[in-house]
Write a protein that binds this ligand. Structure first.
Ligand SMILES: Nc1nc2c(c(=O)[nH]1)N[C@H]1C(S)=C(S)[C@@H](COP(=O)(O)O)O[C@H]1N2
Ligand SMILES: [Mo]
Length: 218
């Protein structure tokens, strides 16, 4: 795990320095069962919480050496990160070339310093939503907490003030309206994960529903 962390950190450092070569994209970049859209649909639980920036905080805690509660000003003072990735919603739409600006998850990890037993991350949002990911998934060099999309501040509909983006997972694994990030030594399922959606959620493996879910049976 230690060596793995160092390898990830090196990749992240190269990316932060702008030295990472652009990803090689396959000509067939659409995951199975998806179709391409250009209109960035909105998906939520019917609530788009209004969080004024002077009241916004992001609490980051759990199995870490240095728990923090960031204000909006603190958040913007962290190293800026920009990345372009494709976005895949489990309801079958995908949108390519989404440019996100914000703070790399790796920067957050460096700030709070996960303890050795931290293996999982739980995300909670201002609308009551939650989701979970393994720590190694979060430490990929394209995962970030975004405050802007295609050069403009995130709208409330799209999860502003800030949202998590995990490009290699279905989009429900990225919490909009992010409020709290907890590092854990065990896995806790989030909002959709306890309602029958896959816990691993890899679009290339078409992991939409959990293995025990009846909807997967013929
Ligand atoms: N807080 C919160 N985050 C969320 C959701 C939500 O309902 N609430 N929906 C998820 C789902 S299913 C998807 S596809 C994306 C949608 O993001 P968008 O509305 O910007 O397209 O956000 C994810 N994150
Ligand atoms: Mo979704």
């Amino acid at each position: 795990m230690k060596e793995d962390y160092i390898a990830r950190k090196e990749r992240w450092a190269r990316k932060m320095a702008g030295k990472e070569r652009p990803q090689v994209r396959s000509t067939d970049r659409l995951p199975p069962g998806q179709h391409e859209v250009h209109n960035f649909p909105v998906l939520d639980l019917g609530v788009q919480p209004d969080v004024p920036l002077d009241q916004w905080t992001l609490k980051i805690h759990g199995r870490v050496e240095n728990p923090v509660t960031l204000t909006w000003k603190d958040f913007l003072a962290l190293a800026p990160f920009t990345d372009t990735s494709d976005f895949h919603c489990v309801t079958t739409w995908s949108q390519y070339e989404m440019q996100w600006q914000g703070v790399a998850f790796f920067t957050i990890a460096e700030l709070v310093r996960p303890k050795p037993e931290a293996k999982h991350v739980f995300f909670k949002s201002y609308d009551g939503y939650s989701t979970n990911n393994p720590l190694d998934v979060c430490l990929d060099d394209d995962v970030l907490i975004a405050h802007s999309w295609n050069g403009k501040p995130l709208t409330r509909a799209h999860g502003g003030p800030a949202r998590v983006i995990v490009p290699k997972r279905y989009a429900w694994k990225g919490a909009k309206f992010i409020r709290e990030i907890t590092f854990l030594d065990r896995d806790i399922l989030g909002f959709w994960e306890i309602r029958g959606y896959s816990n691993s959620a890899d679009p290339w493996l078409e992991e939409r529903f959990s293995e025990n879910d009846l909807r997967k049976l013929p």
